[in-house]
Design a protein around this ligand. Structure first.
Ligand SMILES: Cc1cc2nc3c(=O)[nH]c(=O)nc-3n(C[C@H](O)[C@H](O)[C@H](O)COP(=O)(O)O)c2cc1C
Length: 254
């Protein structure tokens, strides 16, 4: 416990000063060595000013990466006017499980045409299809700004299917497909983005990848994650812990 407190104090001190002082770092390193063999590396400090003054591309890459690994999904939509549409989206997030809701962030729609958004507003339905290793390259290129009348399914050689009369297309080869009905759009005024929220209607998953407790094994399906806007990571299950209760807190000090 003493070691941990000293270590935490050291990190806090660095945070307050915001300056990676090498003497402090050396001191912390020796404590950290005792902490499961992990070593603290010298930390760069990137302030808001530096972020603002970076080139557009650098800022885009950095800020798109800092939230960590994001889910890799293809959103399928359709509309009478423009046909089927497919777009890679990395911002899908769990909103709640009762009712079962998922959401994703839509980039600003004022100046740039967003077919996904227009289609969802027109027919109120969309599908979320997880990307596995064999879909990465074709899935990535669905982000190209094709003309509205071009279907990314055709342009990127991704087969679509309609299931159980749901009025939005699924990605046939995806191993986890979800249909949703649009229930709410949240206007994020600070940067003109939208959070599109849908209620889950159907889930399609291969037998054997869903256990009797309701857990999906995403790693076994070969599903992938995204860092930034163009780096893809594989997923491997490395741990499982029970619901965290105060009464069952493990001893972390050993
Ligand atoms: C890896 C990756 C992740 C993306 N994630 C999002 C996202 O979360 N939200 C979004 O609005 N656009 C995202 N995009 C951009 C869309 O895929 C792109 O704007 C696409 O052209 C939208 O297609 P649409 O006009 O057919 O709707 C992402 C692009 C890439 C390459």
């Amino acid at each position: 416990m003493l070691v941990r407190n000293i270590w935490l104090k050291g990190v806090l001190k660095l945070r307050v000063l915001n300056v990676p002082d090498s003497a402090q770092l050396v001191g912390i390193k020796s404590q950290k060595d005792k902490f499961r063999g992990l070593k603290i590396r010298e930390m760069m400090h990137i302030s808001k000013d530096k972020i603002q003054n970076a080139t557009h591309k650098y800022r885009l890459n950095l800020i798109n990466s800092i939230s960590g690994i994001k889910p890799a999904n293809l959103i399928g939509t359709c509309a009478q006017s423009s046909g089927n549409n497919l777009a890679i989206i990395s911002s899908v997030v769990h909103i709640g499980s009762n009712p079962p809701l998922l959401g994703f962030i839509m980039r600003p729609t004022q100046e740039v045409r967003r077919d996904t958004y227009a289609n969802i507003m027109e027919n109120g339905c969309f599908t979320i299809n997880h990307i596995h290793e064999n879909l990465i390259e074709r899935g990535h290129y669905t982000s190209v700004k094709f003309p509205s009348e071009v279907s990314e399914f055709d342009a990127c050689n991704i087969e679509h299917e309609f299931l159980n009369d749901f009025p939005a297309p699924f990605v046939k080869e995806s191993l986890l497909k979800i249909s949703l009905r649009h229930v709410e759009t949240v206007d994020i005024k600070y940067n003109q983005t939208l959070m599109i929220i849908g209620e889950v209607q159907d889930i399609y998953v291969p037998e054997g990848n869903l256990d009797d407790r309701g857990y999906l094994n995403l790693g076994e399906m070969g599903n992938v994650g995204i860092g930034g806007l163009n780096i893809y990571y594989s997923i491997k299950k490395i741990a499982e812990h029970p619901y965290a209760r105060l009464s069952e807190l493990p001893c972390f000090d050993q």
